[in-house]
Design a protein around this ligand. Sequence first.
Ligand code: ADP
Length: 155
Amino acid sequence: MRLIFLGPPGAGEGTQAARIVQKHGIPQLSTGDMLRAAVASGTPIGIKAKAVMDAGQLVSDEIVIGIVADRIEEPDAKKGFILDGFPRTLAQAEALDRMLDSKGVKLDAVLELRVDQSKLVDRIVKRAEEAKAAGQPVRKDDDPEVFKTRLEAYN
Ligand code: ADP
């Protein structure tokens, strides 16, 4: 099964996708997670992406398309996958079409999570507070001002 999960930041795609992962045994491919992992391990991609991500803006299509193209070739993605946070631009959507065409496969569904946007800032503030209280790292872009930029980028 090949799915795309769409939703504004804070809508909870990650949480919902985790349930589908459990039920269907397909991986969740989150470009945000992959980029954060690249930043954390200081790879050339991570070094390029860090400032853009901290500002809540979109990382270049070239970088993001490259990481997705590599990731869907991994053995665990053969049976299917849930794309979370990708595609985010027309160029990314077109690149995805080409990737799927070249493999001779199709998407099964696109799921869009809709949330009242005035509620999203509260959720993000809460997520940052909870992470802090649990002694976990707080995402730099989970800041109300940066969050507005992320929401505008999504819209
Ligand atoms: P959210 O959806 O909550 O904004 P993500 O974890 O999906 O968070 O993404 C975090 C950041 O990673 C984005 O603000 C952006 O800088 C970068 N990013 C993730 N996916 C993409 C993408 N498909 N295209 C460009 N940038 C991306």
